[in-house]
Design a protein around this ligand. Sequence first.
Ligand code: AOF
Ligand code: ZN
Length: 372
Amino acid sequence: MDEAAALLRACEVARRGRHEVEPNPMVGCVLLRDGELIAEGWHRAYGGPHAEVEALRVAGERAAGATAVVTLEPCSTRGKTGACTEALVAAGIRRVVVGAVDPNPAHAGAAFPALRAQGIEVDVQVSLAAEALLELFKQLLPRPRPWVIAKWAQSADGCVALAPRDGLPQPVQLSGPEAHARLHDWRAHLDGLIVGVGTVLADDPQLTVRGRSPVRPLRRVVLDPSLRTPPGSVLASSAGEHPCWLMCTPEASESREDSLRAQGVSVFRLPLAPGRDDLLPDALACLHTQGLGRVMVEGGPRTHARLLAESLADAVAVILSPKHLGADGLPALPGERLPSEPAALAERLGLASWEAEALGDDLLLRGTWRRV
Ligand code: AOF
Ligand code: ZN
């Protein structure tokens, strides 16, 4: 395999990171030795190892003396993971072929002198296929808010929960074990998980990563205009171990804030424009300022409706369960039972692109409103 073919292959494997890496770019890496492909890797998940590190892990000691063909200039400073330039040097890579310069000002062009200083040959072979992988990344770089994924699980009759009976919530588990495991993989790589206060009051959820260790500290964020989150809720009382941030309006009760803070909860009072009660845009801007890049909004229906109405979601992940909830079901959006057939749901949501995947007995619909 020649280097041009290796670069195309690297572009192909890079695309496997789609839906999991945003707002990071999709990146792929192929290792060549004497014209033979010895390993490939791609950036699999936001916050996780970069493409080069994945490929070097596969190659092990065989990486020494090899050529690394990467779709994007390797990063040269420590970000969420170590610098790839250092990993390439440490593995004994002799030559690096790069398909595109990193548009991120933190890296742009810096890898080349860093690698050459270590005696590594660097060849920038700018490629349209590699540049195309960066379209979305370039749009997102200057944007002052995180990548936002709206996530919910819905029944075959378009509902997400059961209406309370005798004032008590009726718990219901819609997604099967495979979808449940996927949800926790997602959570492990997120910076934040957002819910509306209605979900806290109805479900008293934990919103933690279970069954694996989080790659990033997961901030559990509640949109709670008047601080109705009970200090005794699971969220507030576990704030010492798992960060819990409440977003409220400047008018929220101060004594309430005191009792929540005593539990270790962080309270953010957001300055809303007069007459506006919707915290979402300001909360997202605030999370960006706090350094959060990728967040998931897990409910409930009113929060999702707002997110969609204001076009504040970038992507959607919907688990479509074959179970029916019947007349007692609470619709996925207030007053609206969403279609359960992927194409019909994608059309109703107005997604620019989407795909469906089987997860056990469930289907997973993933899509985005971004036109790339
Ligand atoms: C690489 N290889 O596979 C990717 C790179 O937040 P971090 O630490 O994951 O770093 C993300 C930045 O690194 C991102 O903004 C982009 O400039 C670069 N992405 N670089 O060497 C990769 N995904
Ligand atoms: Zn890197």
